[in-house]
Design a protein around this ligand. Structure first.
Ligand SMILES: O=C(COP(=O)(O)O)[C@H](O)[C@H](O)COP(=O)(O)O
Length: 326
């Protein structure tokens, strides 16, 4: 008989679903939502013993962890909360879990602000940035530059297939930043008009490789060829500690329906769904090697990609592991 699964609050399942379906998207937002879900799990737990409480929390963390594999902000958020919990009784454990989650969320917000100030120092008055996908870490650099009185303009890549660039364009227009929206294939042409490529990250590996939205690596290669510096804005929850011990970052493969509608599929195959001659691949992220990155901007300062491992070791030591596993 299956061992009875510990009760997980419905809001945790709803949050996990929102992350998996990208209702909640972007590494920072995903980390924040995971911490929030653990806090609510703790608040609503009906556990009668400390062991039952911890079992429920681990089950909630596993459910959240299994949503999307690439943004390390998700496991880093789960580790931060689960590792910091103290207490002997259920009320003590409940309070400690909520406290840890709120601390993580506050740190996230402060880190993004500090990161923005560091990144803004790299932006001169009148600079043009080219963006890819939608990164709140990257845009915090633009916001800080605007707050410092600098004029910034943006060339925004739409970022197929889900066009997250539209979110970036909307945010920049709210800040009255002039925006030129282009299709992804136009990026190389418009690099001539850009002073920086400014992107975010889902994970940063120990060798300085940057895992971010699909298309980032090609943009970085073109930027290098055009002599446009590539700035990666990534707070330290994006550092992927498992890569210090040789693990690689899983690249999420998303559904073909994001690339091709049923109608388009039928048009191509003449309506023959059984046509196995058509394959649609939809990797959501790619890996940009450190040689194509000029600076990784964090809340702890900026780092050449080759030296990010020193910060990773300082912050994460050798400890990684998955405290949600029984
Ligand atoms: O690749 C994406 C989002 O991918 P998706 O839309 O598939 O989640 C973003 O550039 C990073 O997550 C950084 O975002 P932030 O700086 O906001 O953490």
């Amino acid at each position: 008989m299956d061992e009875e699964q510990p009760d997980v609050a419905p809001v945790v399942e709803a949050t996990a679903d929102d992350i998996a379906t990208m209702e909640i998207r972007g590494a920072a937002a995903i980390g924040d939502a995971a911490a929030e879900a653990l806090a609510i799990q703790a608040e609503r737990s009906d556990a009668s013993t400390p062991t039952a409480f911890r079992d429920q929390l681990r089950a909630a963390a596993r459910e959240l962890y299994e949503t999307r594999p690439t943004a390390v902000s998700l496991p880093n958020a789960l580790r931060y909360v689960l590792r910091g919990i103290e207490g002997e009784t259920v009320p003590e454990l409940r309070e400690s879990t909520i406290e840890q989650a709120r601390e993580f969320q506050a740190d996230l917000e402060q880190a993004q602000e500090r990161l923005g100030e560091v990144g803004a120092n790299r932006l001169r008055d009148g600079d043009v940035v080219m963006t890819h996908c939608h990164s709140t870490d990257a845009l915090s650099c633009v916001e800080a530059a605007l707050d410092a009185g600098k004029h910034v303009e943006a060339i925004v890549k739409e970022t197929r297939p889900r066009k997250q660039g539209h979110i970036t364009a909307e945010q920049l227009r709210e800040w009255d930043v002039p925006v030129t929206l282009v299709v992804d294939n136009a990026a190389r042409r418009y690099l001539d008009d850009a002073d920086h490529v400014l992107v975010g990250a889902d994970s940063i590996a120990a060798d300085g490789s940057v895992i971010n939205k699909i298309g980032t690596s090609g943009l970085a290669v073109n930027a290098r060829e055009r002599g446009v510096p590539v700035m990666v804005a990534a707070q330290t929850i994006k550092l992927h500690p498992d890569t210090m011990t040789g693990h690689t970052v899983e690249i999420e493969m998303r559904d073909e329906s994001e690339v091709l509608s049923e109608t388009e599929y039928a048009d191509i195959t003449g309506g023959d769904r059984a046509d196995d001659g058509l394959t649609v691949e939809n990797p959501a992220f790619d890996v940009t090697p450190p040689r194509h990155v000029d600076a990784i901007v964090t809340e702890r300062g900026q780092f050449p990609p080759e030296s990010i491992v020193t910060l990773m070791r300082e912050l994460f030591g050798e400890t990684t592991g998955e405290p949600w596993e029984v």
